[in-house]
Write a protein that binds this ligand. Structure first.
Ligand code: AMP
Ligand code: MG
Length: 504
């Protein structure tokens, strides 16, 4: 099959501001056609949200489009330039090596969304890479992104995954795939870093003003310095809330490089991510994260570090680089949101913990100490993070047995429960338990279950396991007999040996 614009299907009502307004920040590029596209995953609900019609979603009409074999009418595919600090080291040129932004649509709720490919072939940013992606990692993005969305955590989402019918060569040949990813934008900290590092002030200004128009339009008319400090502050707030949510569900992103941190505050790139089981803040799963830079407990400080890199890009927009005094003043102003970050994070994290503990805001007096002691208890006794929080809801209703069963030393737990009940005070226990069940997921994408589903799909071409797990993960807060096996932790040996890989 070849690219044929003549027969381009009309699928999305594209309105491509990035292509139109930001010439010089990307390379127009086409996806590579694939021999034998086959649909593995389609997000029907998201498709409808994006204005696709039900009829085409239910038939095969869109498969060539999601494979990159035909470019839909109105799309202006392009590879975005970006740089990034990877594990603390600056790479001046990364960019979309195997991804393409097809264009943007305004969805049914009036939100502008990017529609992009991943795995659609080499671009001028590919460096040594083959531009391709494998079935397993692309289904992983779909699975975990859908769980994040269902759990109320901002995330990019998969619209479709298509098997290409072509192998990709990693340590072994694997079936290839193309992912169609939807994001509120693909602007990253690294996007700004690319132009700042090259000293391209005018392009950078256009890009930053574009980011403001798209994500923080209330700042658009503010004077320059306020506008740029305002953007930094807004990103800091979004990232503080996002990372707090990650921490409160035990999510470890695994590769928080500045090119994997969005300005929108959505989680992006599910390469080496994984979830805590037994609570241990030092947990690392990624095989390449030897120093533990992106360990669970380091995520808030890494977010702050990344925001400081974002702040650096903005200095030249506020001050003339040759005017030492002005630069000094700009740095001072841009340092404020960075210094505020730990407080912003702490507030978001503590608020989340309070809700998880079932405490109303009026009952928060000693909630932080109580939460700290709870986590210390989970760590000391290596208790499953997710189940412990969830079983606390049962305890709120008076059923302590499921919670106590998770602990070896129950005397310390009992002492903690007494303090917790004191903070809860009198009140409607059933209602409290219900509130807690809305914020403490029963299901997370357990690492061994994710691997099982991806392995069946990738090795045996069997999507039944994936589909079943996906259906369960779309209801993280609903306890059901049918999904009970997905709620159980892996055996500790399995978790201890679990390693994830990125760049696949
Ligand atoms: P990631 O680790 O997925 O965030 O990607 C980091 C950088 O490597 C980005 O510039 C990607 O576009 C690029 N990259 C990753 N895998 C490939 C690949 N197979 N082919 C080309 N570029 C890639
Ligand atoms: Mg990335």
């Amino acid at each position: 099959m070849t690219l044929d614009d003549e027969s381009a299907p009309k699928a999305f009502a594209f309105d491509n501001t990035y292509a139109r307004e930001l010439a010089g920040t990307y390379v127009p590029w086409k996806p590579v056609a694939v021999p034998n596209p086959r649909l593995l995953f389609l997000n029907r609900e998201l498709g409808l949200e994006l204005g696709l019609d039900a009829e085409s979603l239910d038939g095969d009409a869109l498969v060539p489009l999601f494979a990159g074999n035909v470019v839909p009418e109105g799309a202006e595919p392009l590879a975005q330039a970006y740089a990034g600090h990877q594990f603390g080291m600056f790479s001046p040129q990364l960019g979309d090596g195997r991804a393409l932004l097809l264009g943007e649509v305004v969805d049914r709720f009036g939100r502008r969304r990017d529609i992009a490919f991943k795995g659609s072939g080499r671009t001028p940013f590919a460096r040594g890479g083959d531009g391709k992606a494998a079935v397993g990692p692309m289904l992983r993005e779909a699975l975990i992104g859908e769980w994040m969305h269902a759990a109320g955590i901002p995330s990019t989402r998969a619209l479709a995954v298509v098997a290409t019918g072509e192998p990709v060569y990693r340590e072994e040949p694997l079936p290839g795939a193309v992912l169609t990813r939807v994001a509120s934008s693909h602007l990253r900290v690294g996007t700004l870093q690319f132009f700042a590092a090259r000293g391209e002030r005018d392009v950078l200004r256009r890009l930053v003003d574009y980011a403001i128009a798209r994500h923080d339009p209330q700042l658009a008319d503010a004077p320059e310095a306020e506008r740029y400090v305002g953007l930094l502050h807004a990103v800091a707030v979004r990232q503080a809330r996002l990372v707090a949510q990650w921490m409160n569900v035990g999510f470890i992103h695994g590769v928080m490089n500045t090119d994997n941190m969005t300005l929108s505050g959505e989680t992006i790139d599910y390469g080496p991510c994984a979830f805590l089981e037994a609570y241990d803040p030092a947990t690392v799963f990624s095989s390449i994260d030897e120093g533990g830079r992106y360990a669970y407990e380091n995520q808030p400080s890494i977010a702050r570090w990344n925001l400081a890199r974002l702040a650096e890009t903005l200095v030249m927009l506020i001050a003339d680089p040759d005017d030492e005094a002005a630069v000094k003043q700009a740095v001072a102003r841009l340092t404020e949101p960075i210094d505020a970050f730990p407080r912003l994070y702490e507030a978001a994290w503590r608020e989340g913990q309070r809700a998880k503990l079932g405490l109303l805001s009026s009952e928060h007096a000693d909630a932080a100490a109580l939460a700290d002691d709870w986590l210390a208890l989970l760590q000391a006794q290596r208790v499953d993070f997710t189940l412990a929080w969830r079983r606390l809801a049962d305890a709120a209703e008076g059923d302590e047995a499921p919670l106590r069963a998770l602990f070896g030393d129950r005397a310390v737990l009992d002492a903690w429960i007494v303090r917790w009940r004191e903070l809860c005070g009198p009140g409607n226990d059933v209602e409290r338990a219900q509130r807690m069940r809305c914020v403490n997921p029963w299901l997370i994408p357990r690492n061994h279950r994710v691997e099982e589903a991806l392995s069946a799909a990738s090795r045996n071409d069997d999507l039944a396991v994936f589909d079943d797990l996906l259906a369960a993960l779309r209801k993280p807060f609903d306890e059901s007999m049918a999904a009970a096996r997905y709620a159980q932790p892996a055996p500790p040996e399995t978790t201890a040996a679990y390693r994830t890989f990125c760049g696949t």
